[in-house]
Design a protein around this ligand. Sequence first.
Ligand SMILES: [Zn+2]
Length: 171
Amino acid sequence: MQPQPDERLLLDLLNSTPVVAGEPTDGLSDAAAGRAWLTAHDQPAGEAAWRRVRDARDVLQGVVRGERPADDLAPFLRETAYRAGFAGGRVTWTLEAPTADLAVATAVLAWDALQSTSPGRLRPCANPECRLFLLDRSKPNSARWCSMASCGNRMKARRHYERARTRQDES
Ligand SMILES: [Zn+2]
């Protein structure tokens, strides 16, 4: 059995640079924040792991936005392997990587699993001022916003306002 892909870690990592009150922020901006983030996601926390996870985050965001090739993720798996074992009558697979690479390997493997199980469902929010990502689990796969409450309504209100303004200009 393969370990379950950690989609929460992947999505939280992609979404660690939210725009707050109009300003881009970084939830991994310093070593203390990085350690807290790693601990909250059951990963070994240290300065090297924080630097790796922040680097991998930037590449993953570029890949999911379609701005850079997926092959740019290769360096994050360079020293990663699965070790076979046996437990409860089943073959088990354990992820092995240098401690500082465990979190990035987990994120990249979760990204890869989504490419096969849910192709096209991990994407950036359609609000150009939002830096969040969404994983669309809905049947029609038509979600465009990280959240309807924030970006969805804001973008709809803006379109409504622009339509109203265009009508005024025309009259
Ligand atoms: Zn959004």
